[in-house]
Design a protein around this ligand. Structure first.
Ligand SMILES: C[S@@+](CC[C@H](N)C(=O)[O-])C[C@H]1O[C@@H](n2cnc3c(N)ncnc32)[C@H](O)[C@@H]1O
Length: 334
């Protein structure tokens, strides 16, 4: 992971082609808008498909990180883009027709249903979740990167009062550390690293301090990969990512109209397991659009090494399931 401010969206053509049938039918939500890379491609596609003037407020970008959304806002300015900072300040429903084609809103995707209700933007015909970290978040002051020294923060939402990575490390037991490194990072040296971090925890204030502690027990040739795994595991814990993902996937499935699609890009096995669990639970009402996950090809990985661990899965909500519940459905493929 290099310290860069450019975020290149992953598997962008596949995302657009899977969500193309949803554009213009209802609202499409990018639940992890980040720097707006996927939203930009979806907005471009929508311009081709839908007559000018009928495109209003059909794309919603949600992100928990207000800083990432500021990058998205400037990237998307050509399409007309409104940034709503605080969902609490939205009087419901916003007169969406008065607003621009893209709305960005700072929120946890767990609360997707509340966003939709407050904005008055149903039905929802597509949801995208591109998990993990945006390159914009790799700035040293955010504490996600082991390649530059900075405060050990790692919160996606820096305005929240939730504990930082440093505070979490201070309180963690050896067993906590061990299970985080095993479960969230498949770290083979989890035992040795946990003991070392536990012993030094009071002195770990910055990303550089944590790197120095790990360096003591890991040989140089394995250091970079190990640090990437340790930082990933801590980030997942700090942001409660796995529980959020479970709730976010459920919220997305519940919100989708019949025929609506959910596209998820995972970067590690824990995230992928959540998707599979969700699919098993909702099997009767979902059609799997990707029997095998889709991976980036060699050219994409060469151009954007961050894409190497990406795998994409997608489902469509079937009409039958909705029909059983509501006896009424609205989806028509155009
Ligand atoms: C890989 S980035 C998305 C990049 C984006 N697709 C693009 O093309 O620029 C993942 C984003 O998900 C956001 N995120 C993580 N957990 C979230 C949550 N619970 N709710 C909303 N956004 C979240 C992060 O802040 C980050 O910006």
């Amino acid at each position: 992971m290099s310290v860069t401010t450019e975020h290149v969206p992953v598997l962008v053509e596949k995302v657009v082609s899977l969500l193309r049938p949803c554009l213009g039918v209802g609202t499409v939500i990018d639940a992890t808008a980040g720097g707006g890379g996927h939203l930009w491609a979806l907005a471009q596609e929508m311009q081709k498909l839908i007559p000018v003037g009928k495109q209003r407020c059909r794309l919603i970008g949600i992100d928990i990180d207000a800083t990432a959304l500021r990058f998205a806002q400037s990237r998307l300015s050509d399409f007309g883009c409104t940034f709503i900072r605080e969902m609490a300040g939205v009087s419901s429903p916003v007169g969406c027709n008065q607003l621009s084609m893209i709305l960005l809103i700072q929120a946890n995707y767990v609360n997707m249903a509340e966003v939709v209700e407050r904005l008055g933007i149903s039905p929802v015909s597509g949801v995208l979740m591109d998990l993990g970290l945006s390159s914009y978040q790799l700035r040293p002051e955010r504490g996600f990167s082991f390649e530059a020294d900075g405060p050990l923060d790692m919160r996606f939402d820096q305005q929240s009062s939730k504990p930082t990575a440093r505070e979490i490390l201070q309180e963690a037991s050896i067993n906590d550390l061990y299970s985080w490194f095993r479960v969230y990072a498949d770290e083979p040296m989890a035992g040795r690293i946990s003991r070392q971090i536990y012993a030094a925890r009071k002195d770990i204030r910055t990303t550089g301090d944590l790197v120095k502690v790990v360096e003591k027990v890991i040989p140089p040739r394995r250091l970079k990969k190990t640090l990437a795994r340790i930082f990933q595991a801590l980030r997942i814990v700090v942001n409660n990512e796995i529980e959020n993902l479970r709730l976010g996937l459920k919220a997305a499935i519940r919100l989708l109209m019949p025929g609506g699609r959910l596209v998820v890009i995972c970067y590690q096995s824990g995230e992928d397991r959540c998707f599979k669990e969700m699919y098993r639970e909702h099997r009767g009402e979902l059609l799997l659009l990707t029997r095998k996950p889709l991976y980036p090809d060699a050219d994409e990985v060469f151009a954007n090494p961050r894409a190497r661990s990406a795998r994409l899965r997608a489902v469509e909500k079937t009409e039958v399931a909705q029909d059983k519940r509501n006896n009424n459905y609205v989806w028509r493929r155009e």
